[in-house]
Each structure stands twice: as structure tokens, then as C-alpha cells.
Design a protein around this ligand. Structure first.
Ligand SMILES: [Zn+2]
Ligand SMILES: [Zn+2]
Length: 343
């Protein structure tokens, strides 16, 4: 079958023929891929930024935002049948540990991460995963366009649910960065919190795009990353919550500076960092929340919001064959919304 593989760091992906996956564990499912979303994590992988965290053996197939149809099921699988439309939770987990039983799928000590840790992902015609990772879609749903929900949407809903208890009517949530995740995050904030939503973004095209969404204010980040506009918006007090979807450059520093006392810094974007000054943390009673993808329950909730039209994903489809060029376009920030590869 055709697949798109990482062959070396700093190199373009290779589109070529690989062996089809086969059932290994009785709980395995082979999914025929309808669409696989391109994520910035794929670019970080190709740069070698995740090599130290995951130690993947090269080559392997990219793609952790997958949706499609059940193709083949292992002997222990009876809840799914070939042809069922499904979205694939990006983690393969054991189901037996305390973390799994608590619903914290991402904390499973033996979890695997297809498309990232060396387990072959969904930039291919077929993907092997576990039945535990599947969420069945409403009959006749086209899984292609919703593939990015498997990670982009899932991460957004997870982060928004975790910051929601810190919001109240009149509170302000600042979203730093408006792109594939940002356009979902603002819709989720609207549905799941009573907060005012303020978007801060550097790119003029993305600023314009953000203005088409139900947000309370959209600002160019400018010289100080949006700190002064956020202070202006909040009577000089700062935001209750900053959701940082950028996480590199000076974004983390600016995020902390735009928080009010008792504020919450919610981290999704990565690549950078900030030194925490303990006296400042104590005096301002700040809270920092890290967010890694999301739970199975988060994905089920997100599919209901998608089905009912309350969260709309902006996707653009490309042939799998063009993966190398599309990845370059995504890296250059020239694909608005989320790119989906279609085998
Ligand atoms: Zn991702
Ligand atoms: Zn587990």
C-alpha cells in the first residue's frame, strides 16, 4: 500500500509502497483511512524535535489525526464491524491501568502513539490501531473532513474543558494564535464557557479570518505580543485565562505578563518556554496547566458537537501523493485551517 514516511530528520518525507498492516493483538482493528490531518507536530517530527522524547526507529509512517472505516477486526473485537465509519483516538492504551480506568488515556504508562513514536501512522491507505482507540461516527458520516478532530479538535476541547472551571460571566480568555487549533478553540470556548473571548494573532490574514468567528475582540499581537491590548481590554487588570496555542518565541513570556492575579496559563503550543519567578507566582497566585491531547470522553463529546453543527472544522483536502509539498505549505503557514491528506 501507499504510505508517507519519515526517512531522516531534516529531509523531505518519502511517498512509496510499504507492507500492509496485519492484526497482531486480538483487540486490534485495521482502519481504512479516509483522511489524515497534517499537524504542526509532523513538522516538529521532521525537524527531529521529538526524537529525544519518543525514540522512533526510522523509517516509519507519519499521521496521528486519522479517520476512516473499519476494514478488519481482531478476534476479540465485537463492537465494530467492517464498514463502520470511525475517528481514531491518537493514543493506543492498555485499558487496564489506573490512568486508563480513570479516563486519563494520555497518562497510560504503556501508551503508544502511532504516527509519532515509530508505530506506523495514518498517512497511508491502512492503519493498525486498538479497538479502545475508536469512536464510532453517526451512520453515513464522511470521516474525511473530520480527521483533524482526532488531535487538533481533541486537544482544543481538552484544554477548554480544563480551563472552563476558571471562567465566569465577564471573565476574559485570551487565545494566542488563530489557526487550525485556534478556530476550534474559540468555538469550544463559546459553547463550554461564559467568558469573553479575545484573540491575539500576528498574521494579518489569520486576523481577518478570526473576525469571521463569534469572538469578542481580535487584536494584532504587535511589538509586545498583545500584552498592552489585553490590559486595555481588562481595565488594566489582565486576563483571567490565557490559552497559548503558539508556545514558542516570546509567546510564553507575553502570556504570563497578560494574566491578572489568580490567572491561569493554559499551554497547548510548544517549542519554547519561560522561567517561572517564584515570588511572582506566589504574589500573583498564578496557575499553569499543561495539556496533552485529550481523553476518549473528550473525543466522544467533540463528535457530538461536530454532529450537531456547534463546532465546525475548516479543512482542505489534498491527495496523499502530494504530502511532501503540502507539508512545506503548512510549514510556510499558507494553508488556512487544517490540511487533510486523502489516500
Ligand atoms: Zn497533532
Ligand atoms: Zn493504561
Amino acid at each position: 500500500m501507499k504510505a508517507v514516511q519519515v526517512i531522516g530528520y531534516g529531509e523531505r518525507v518519502r511517498v512509496g509502497e510499504v507492507k500492509e498492516p496485519a492484526i497482531v493483538d486480538p483487540h486490534d482493528v485495521i482502519v481504512r483511512i479516509a483522511g489524515a490531518g497534517i499537524c504542526r507536530t509532523d513538522l516538529h517530527i521532521l525537524d527531529g524535535q521529538l526524537a529525544e522524547a519518543f525514540h522512533p526507529t526510522l523509517p516509519y509512517t507519519l499521521g496521528h489525526e486519522n479517520a476512516g472505516w473499519v476494514h478488519e477486526v481482531g478476534p476479540a473485537v465485537d463492537a465494530f464491524s467492517p464498514g463502520d465509519p470511525v475517528i481514531v483516538h491518537p493514543a493506543v492504551t492498555c485499558g487496564l491501568c489506573t490512568a486508563c480506568r480513570s479516563g486519563n488515556d494520555m497518562h497510560c504508562p504503556t501508551w503508544r502513539f502511532p504516527g509519532v513514536d515509530g508505530w506506523n501512522g495514518g498517512y497511508a491507505e491502512l492503519l493498525r490501531t486498538s479497538v479502545r482507540s475508536l469512536v464510532k461516527l453517526a451512520p453515513k458520516t464522511d470521516p474525511t473532513r473530520i480527521a483533524p478532530h482526532a488531535d487538533a479538535g481533541l486537544t482544543a476541547i481538552h484544554a477548554v474543558k480544563r480551563l472552563a472551571p476558571f471562567t465566569y460571566p465577564g471573565s476574559t480568555v485570551v487565545v494566542i494564535g488563530f489557526g487550525g487549533l485556534g478556530h476550534l478553540a474559540v468555538q469550544l470556548l463559546r459553547v463550554l464557557t461564559p467568558a469573553r473571548i479575545v484573540v491575539v494573532e500576528a498574521d494579518p490574514g489569520r486576523l481577518e479570518w478570526a473576525r469571521g468567528y463569534p469572538v469578542d475582540a481580535v487584536h494584532a499581537s504587535g511589538e509586545d505580543g498583545g500584552v498592552s491590548v489585553v490590559l486595555d481590554e481588562t481595565n488594566g487588570l489582565g486576563a483571567d485565562v490565557v490559552l497559548d496555542l503558539v508556545g514558542d518565541g516570546r509567546a510564553p513570556e507575553h502570556a504570563l505578563r497578560m494574566l491578572r492575579k489568580g490567572g491561569v496559563y493554559s499551554i497547548v503550543g510548544y517549542g519554547g518556554g519561560v522561567a517561572l519567578n517564584h515570588l511572582d507566582m506566589i504574589n500573583r497566585e498564578l496557575t499553569v496547566i499543561g495539556n496533552q491531547i485529550g481523553s476518549h470522553r473528550d473525543l466522544i463529546d467533540l463528535m457530538e458537537l461536530d454532529r450537531s453543527g456547534r463546532v465546525v472544522l475548516h479543512t482542505r483536502c489534498f491527495p496523499l501523493d502530494e504530502a511532501a509539498d503540502v507539508l512545506a505549505e503548512v510549514a510556510a503557514g499558507r494553508v488556512p485551517g487544517r490540511a487533510v491528506l486523502v489516500p
